[in-house]
Design a protein around this ligand. Sequence first.
Ligand code: ADP
Ligand code: MG
Ligand code: ZN
Length: 653
Amino acid sequence: MAEEEKEKRDDGCEKQEDGTSGKHFWKKDDKECGPKSHQPLFDFNRGQFRFSIWFFIASLMAIMLFNSLYVRDKLPTEQLIEYSEFKRKITNDEIRQVHLAENFYYGSPYASKDEAPGENQVLYKTVPVDDPSLIKLMDEKGVSYYAVRQNSPVILGFILNWLFPFAILFLIWRVLFKKMGNMGSSVMQFGKNKALIVAEGNTGITFEDVAGADEAKEELLEVVDFLKLPKKYLDIGGKIPKGVLLIGAPGTGKTLLARAVAGEGHVPFFRMSGADFVEMFVGVGAARVRDLFKQAREKAPCIIFIDELDAIGKSRITSVSGNDEREQTLNQLLVEMDGFDSTNGIILLAATNRPEVLDPALLRPGRFDRQVLVDKPDLHGREAILKIHSKEVKLGEDVDLHSVAKATPGFVGADLANVVNEAALLAVREGRKVVTQNDFFEAIEKAVAGLKKKNKLISQKERKIVAYHETGHALTAAFTGGSDPVQKISIVPRGIGALGYTLQTPTEDRYLMTQEELLGKIDVLLGGRAAEKIIFDSVSTGAANDLTRASDIAQKMITEYGMSEKFYNVVLSKRGTPFLGEVSQPGQLSREYSEFTQQYVDEEVARIIGSRYNGVLSLLTSKLNLLETVSKKLLDQETIEEHEFRNILSEAL
Ligand code: ADP
Ligand code: MG
Ligand code: ZN
């Protein structure tokens, strides 16, 4: 029979069933246990003092015992008699000495203590009555009488009567408030903030510990530099942003980066999570914000870091269920942010993975005016992260972190740290001293299975499509006169929907655009789909956003900029300016031209897009070699920087 899992009690007794009667009893080492004992007052194993009503009763009994032992005189056998009897015994000379105590009168048949036999002495005891004649009677009978001042030790009396009750009260008070504190909020700590103050460099984390997020690091380095040498910036009249918001998917290292800033800056670092502000009581969050900034002002220069900002910073407009507490907290935060400026040496850092839900007021200039994107790491970044996390791990000869990085597209820092740890655990489980490449791949497989459910990881085939698509954009931009230079091409998925991106930075601010430039823009937007068409001879949905934007430009050229042949210099739509941030809904605006004209506009848009698309197709077909080279490189290293891209182009020419 298989061994059953036996029910076990705290005191080590096991439950046993009696098969015949169906009753159960408890046994330990084959001896029967008694009923379950109460929990001990003091749990030595856990070093905890358990407060219970029993403790209270026990201490009361102790007080009473003390009283009876010390306060009352120690006396021989006593016999309680009536007062009249007592008096009669004095008259009859049966009592010759009287002790007038406070609660009782004690009468002894012996005139003095020396006479008394010590043992077997019988004392008469009576309850006093307010009777002045007793003294007269005793004087007459020559009875000696005396009273003794109560001489219980003064200090003991003081302790028992004053200190002890207070001690007990204090204990009860402590226990009660501890319990309340456990319930989630403590009234006594009302408004006190729970910010962790990490002293100079105490985080022990530097930028060395963060890999991959190079752009974010660069931005934050400036912040650190300012905290170290504020004079340098102030002398020149420079302004450092008040608030820096780190935006990125979960696990990309936002919290890590903030801690690195503190570690590098050697300034006090106040860290709080947005959730810490939101409490049961209305007003507590706001009070905490106030308190936090007050502390920070005292410790300036310093950094305040609010993690998970979305917990308090949710848009007040879109939140369905009104949450007064959160709104108050957010308002207080806005007020405090307006109240300081970075010349005071306070810099506010915050992190969120849901920037879209943040209240727009938070993102206004003067608040979190600088937003730093903490991207998912590319191949290079992943390798560096793996290196950091496997520093302490004993790696086998065959381990190649580069190929591990290659096998983990879409993984973020936290996932990679997890992979390294899993691999190490696998090695331990199999009793090996070092981690092998195989361990890594098993760990990745495990992680992928988990991640597939959470967020989509793109397949190899899709990656290839994305790579050619992005290369198509980049090459078209490179060969279209007047278009902005390509700064970065990437197939690292960013957020929802965007599987890759091609970044173009304008060389100068533009307020006017020529017709040629507009057409160039359309070309670049169409480049993605054209590349797909050339390479795979089929097109994908990946270009949906590109096409929308391209059509939009074409439409505006005709209706707003008067750039069509038929309506040359004529504006067709008279859109009113939407009122204060109101978003104009397409379809809601009334068209101010005829159905016939509308048809012309639609046809003209289709014609422009069509002819531009053909142009791009022939351009990219003529650069097929380049398209292949760049795409392969992109697939290989996931991102291509500006200078690399330019090198490839100049080599090809
Ligand atoms: P986030 O706050 O963005 O959700 P964390 O900063 O909490 O992510 O990251 C979780 C863990 O993942 C970190 O403690 C670190 O071990 C690891 N990690 C994440 N990103 C990186 C990175 N860029 N470099 C090194 N380790 C990283
Ligand atoms: Mg975090
Ligand atoms: Zn595209």
